[in-house]
Design a protein. Structure first.
Length: 317
């Protein structure tokens, strides 16, 4: 779940716990250029206070005015569209004639928001299925590849850790990288069979494994939402895991080390494990983008930046 969405849902639940009426607004469709993507959320309290956003501000102003004049009543969601005409696009500040369609949902006991937040705390990936005819919502386990769906009658949104990061090596750099990855809403697994490194290494929200890295990569079966980063500097631990990762569907595979060390690593992977030139070309090594990083926190930032760029389909050197 995106951290912004989590903040919106947490605030909505807190307002409801105070006895306030709350409207949850979700972007369900966009046409043309739009300020916020499908799935973006806004919580709107009955007195006009807001958390989150669905546009640059003009649509929020209109929604606030609606709530202040009409209140938040009933349980059935409404569907609103903004920017269909050029006049509306100008009025609401939508770029290039962009159009947004929103589902505006009065929250109540049947909205399952509290259960959704509990699933988020447990880092479970769930789908929330909202029936517009009744306003009732239910949660179901979701596949990692699932996304928002809306057919005019049912809105399904997916919440939880959508992307996964496997870090090989439980060192200081790993800790900083994992902290950033958790903030980016990755599911994070750290693998290190070396007891002297694992001992005392803990980070809330991170699963720590003592399996051999290549065995764990095989077990996890990396998919297009999985990244693997090797940080041990030990070929006995890194190489087999990298071989499995580079042959998988992982969207990102990286390895720590100098250019020379990574050149030698590529030679080993080709000579001893038979990796093809195409597979080796997928390896980000040295891992991270060049920002002049020297310290473990700076190196973690450079790795995280390249990881996000790869996730978003942007080439980063």
């Amino acid at each position: 779940m995106d951290s912004v969405d989590l903040e919106v849902l947490t605030q909505a639940a807190a307002w409801r716990a105070q006895g306030r009426s709350v409207l949850l607004v979700t972007v369900v469709r966009t046409w043309g250029s739009s300020p916020r993507p499908a799935g973006a959320m806004l919580a709107l309290r009955s007195d006009g206070r807001v958390c989150g956003s669905v546009s640059g501000g003009c649509i929020e102003d209109d929604l606030i005015a609606r709530v202040q004049s009409q209140g938040i009543t009933g349980q059935r969601p409404d569907v609103l569209s903004y920017g269909i005409s050029s006049e509306e696009a100008r009025r609401f500040g939508l770029p290039c004639g962009g159009t947004l369609q929103l589902v505006c949902e009065p929250l109540h006991e049947g909205s399952s928001v509290e259960a959704l937040l509990q699933a988020a705390r447990e880092r479970r990936l769930v789908a929330r299925r909202l029936e517009l005819a009744t306003g009732q919502a239910e949660l179901r386990p979701a596949e990692r590849s699932a996304g928002l769906e809306f057919d005019g009658e049912v809105l399904t949104t997916v919440h939880g850790p959508r992307f996964r990061l496997l870090v090989i090596g439980a060192g200081q750099l790993s800790r900083f990288l994992c902290q950033i990855a958790l903030g980016l809403d990755f599911e994070v697994v750290v693998c290190d069979p070396r007891e002297e490194y694992r001992d005392g290494w803990t980070l809330e929200g991170v699963r720590l494994s003592h399996d051999m890295p290549d065995d764990l990569v095989t077990e996890l079966r990396p998919d297009p939402r999985t990244a693997v980063v090797a940080l041990t500097h030990d070929p006995k631990l890194d190489d087999l895991a990298l071989m499995e990762a580079l042959r998988s569907a992982a969207f990102y595979v990286g390895a720590l080390g100098s250019r020379r060390n990574n050149a030698v690593r590529r030679e080993r992977l080709a000579a001893h494990f038979g990796l093809t030139a195409e597979e080796l070309a997928r390896l980000h090594g040295p891992v991270g983008i060049h920002i002049g990083s020297k310290t473990p926190p700076e190196i973690a930032v450079s790795i995280a930046a390249q990881l996000v760029a790869a996730k978003n389909g942007v080439l980063a050197g």
